[in-house]
Design a protein around this ligand. Structure first.
Ligand code: ADP
Ligand code: MG
Length: 704
């Protein structure tokens, strides 16, 4: 069959499949199943076989089990409360299943002689029973019989259903029938999606065999192989698209080449008060090798808090300037933009580089002047917040953009900044370490550089958590360090929904602390509602050591760098997410002093909060923390809706199938060099609507 016809066949509406009429088609559509392809990809939720069912003789109280038996009798029992009872027998004993509601529905559903699988918790009421079990009627299915089940080791697929689907006969059994029909009659019409070479290299089942065995496994080994093949395919086609997009960028997109290192880069290197770490040097090398090329750079720098990303950005930007271009850095908060501005000014002072700051809160005249300098090209480097992407900001020749704490920005904002230049190079930085397997799917088309070590001489931060009844001792401890010359942050939570209350709590606590334990110490309060110059003044005074204790809301969460500050107290720590706690803690441990982070939690803290607190106390490793956070929240939440561009995998799981994902990626990228594979795969990808959908997400995700 030609591709064209095959395409048509898989795209046939479910309505035309034998056994599915208009009503069922409607219910399927509502559940997101439109075509034959969707049906074939409606993989079983689980399977029944001898190995995962329990015989009635072996039941124990409170066990969670699946039992398969024949309906001996069923009917309504009237009593204090009417119930529907289903009596099952499996030759080793009897089990009652009980439903208390929708009795007429159950009366219609069950009849003696049926073979039924039930799953649930074993209770006791004059004998073992299950209340409101999950069930699946197995009989009337072709070839399912108790004898088969026990003697031949038959494996039966169980499909998810819903009330709406069940109502039109599409319970698990209904799906089984339809898929049985499809697999029996149409499988031979489905073309292979992967090149033969890859099938044999990875020892994968052909697609037809995989589909047959995922729905009706010949045996457990074949089932495993089927799953592996289908997972691989999902990963592979995704990675193929990522690789292909990357190839296109490299081959076709015209960008800017920055061929010269320039004297001032060397001058800066000499001036630096520290030596770059090997990891920083490696990353710079990677950036430099991108920047030399006449194609746009798309590079992500991952580096834990405090690993020294700013200086990397600075050097890259200086490189752009040395080649006659402007560079811009966008940061998520004004405090951070301001701080970067001061750092850049300090390091670039003697190099005759013109640096400007552009944030929302500047006076009109000042802003006019800055904008003029940017558009005329007088200004070489601009640091700013999202004020940078406003329409009236125009550059003379923007060659490089850097986005700090990129996870704080939306895709559109990153793209908007890129539009300010003619295909400038793009560098995005993040301290949220995304586990590698996830970054392969999320950022698979970006080049990734990792700063995997901290500067020398940093001592691991000592972290502990206490309930608030220990607050007094904690602050005594803080006081003793302050009096010995340390500086501290005390952080209060502030969330949008309860902003007013939170701010009030922080302000009141600030006053109490100032008038009691920290009487005589210099303190200041910092929050987002303060005027810009007030914020600036406070930050500057804290940086200069004039302020010993900074009481703050989460405005200092990202990026703030005051190396002498070595103590962090976080109040109401149970309210913070894990990644957020880690970011906050990253404000200390930036110098040579031993640093401490103390988390104060209100009693009682939830189970999940306890996990967060103990995780924080047990490790400083951002990657480990991210893994736990990911497990607690799941990928969608963890990544946030803003940049959630992940495809919905039907069967693969990037967290669990990491090895397969990496294999898929390697092979997909290698295919770019092979004309035959490439053409074959481009044909294959076109046919799969799931990837069409993802292609759309890709262009949203991309940095411009
Ligand atoms: P982050 O990666 O969290 O953005 P920063 O760039 O703010 O980290 O750097 C943290 C601190 O470490 C800064 O004070 C910076 O000057 C300093 N720093 C950066 N690189 C080095 C290095 N190689 N050796 C010593 N200190 C460094
Ligand atoms: Mg930073």
């Amino acid at each position: 069959m030609s591709n064209q016809e095959q395409n048509k066949f898989l795209d046939i509406s479910v309505q035309f499949v034998k056994g599915i009429g208009e009503k069922r088609a409607q219910a399927l559509n509502n559940a997101g199943i439109f075509t034959i392809r969707d049906l074939l990809q409606y993989y079983p939720r689980r399977y029944l076989d001898r190995s995962n069912i329990t015989v009635i003789r072996d039941l124990k109280m409170n066990d969670l089990v699946t039992v398969v038996g024949t309906v001996q009798a069923c009917g309504v029992q009237r009593g204090r409360k009417a119930r529907f009872v289903l009596m099952l027998s499996d030759n080793t004993g009897r089990l009652n299943c009980v439903w208390f509601n929708q009795i007429p529905y159950w009366e219609k559903k069950f009849k003696p002689g049926q073979i039924v699988a039930v799953s649930g918790k074993i209770g006791y009421f004059g004998g073992f029973q299950m209340v409101h079990p999950e069930f699946d009627i197995l009989s009337d299915d072709e070839e399912v019989s108790m004898a088969n089940f026990y003697n031949t080791g038959q494996i039966i697929p169980i499909y998810s259903s819903s009330e709406a689907l069940s109502r039109v006969g599409l319970d698990s059994r209904g799906f089984r029938r339809i898929l049985n029909h499809l697999v029996k009659n149409y499988l031979s019409r489905i073309d292979e999606t992967l090149p033969k070479r890859i099938l044999s290299q990875m020892k994968l089942l052909p697609l037809q065999e995989a589909l047959r065995n995922i729905h009706f496994p010949g045996n457990l080994t074949l089932l495993k192989e089927a799953r592996r093949r289908l997972k691989f395919e999902e990963f592979f086609l995704l990675e193929f698209l990522l690789a292909y997009r990357k190839k296109k960028i490299i081959e076709q997109e015209q960008g800017i080449a920055f061929p010269d290192i320039g004297d001032r880069v060397y001058q800066l290197a000499e001036k630096l008060p520290f030596k770059l770490t090997p990891a920083q040097r490696k990353v710079l090398q990677e950036i430099w090798s991108d920047m030399k090329k006449p194609h746009p750079m798309y590079r992500l720098i991952q580096g834990d808090v405090g690993s020294g990303k700013t200086i990397i950005a600075l050097i890259a930007m200086l490189l752009a300037v040395e080649n006659g271009y402007q560079a811009a850095l966008m940061a998520p908060t004004e405090i951070l933009a301001e701080q970067h501005y001061l750092t850049f000014k300090k390091w670039l002072a003697e190099l005759d580089i013109h640096v400007e700051l552009l944030v929302g809160a500047q006076k009109v005249a000042e802003r006019e002047e800055i904008l003029k300098n940017i558009v005329s090209g007088k200004c070489h480097i601009v640091i700013g917040t999202h004020a940078l992407i406003q329409e009236h900001v125009k550059f003379a020749n923007l060659g490089l953009i850097v986005i700090d704490e990129q996870h704080r920005f939306g895709v559109a904002q990153r793209a908007d900044l890129k539009q300010k230049g003619a295909n400038p190079d793009v560098l995005v930085m993040t301290a949220t370490p995304i586990p590698r397997t996830l970054s392969l799917t999320l950022y698979g088309d970006l080049d990734i550089s990792v700063i995997d070590e901290l500067p020398e001489g940093r001592k691991p931060i000592i972290t502990s958590w206490r309930y608030s009844d220990k607050r007094k001792e904690i602050y005594k401890f803080v006081k003793s360090h302050i009096d010995a010359g340390a500086q501290a942050y005390i952080v209060f939570p502030l969330v949008e929904e309860s902003e007013k209350l939170d701010l009030k709590a922080a302000t009141e606590s600030y006053e109490v602390l100032q008038n009691t334990i920290f009487k005589g110490n210099s303190m200041a309060l910092l929050h987002g509602r303060m005027k810009n110059d007030e914020k600036e003044a406070v930050m500057a005074a804290f940086k200069d050591g004039e302020i010993q204790i900074l009481v703050s809301t989460t405005v200092i969460e990202v990026g703030v760098d005051v190396p002498n500050a070595s103590i962090m107290v976080i109040e109401n720590a149970e309210r913070f997410g894990l990644t957020q706690l880690h970011q906050l803690r990253g404000r200390v441990g930036r110098g040579e002093k031993q640093s401490y982070c103390i988390l104060i939690a209100k009693k009682p803290a939830s189970e999940e909060a306890l996990t967060r607190l103990t995780t924080m106390a047990s490790t400083n490793d951002g990657f480990k923390i991210a893994e736990v956070d990911l497990q607690l929240r799941g990928p969608g939440e963890f990544l946030g809706t803003r940049q959630h561009g992940l495809p919905e995998f039907k069967i693969a799981n990037p967290l669990k199938d990491g090895k397969l994902l990496q294999d898929a990626r390697k092979i997909a990228f290698a295919c770019m060099e092979n004309e035959n594979d490439l053409n074959f795969l481009l044909q294959a990808v076109k046919k799969i609507s799931f990837y069409q959908q993802f292609k759309h997400n890709l262009s949203l995700m991309r940095i411009g």
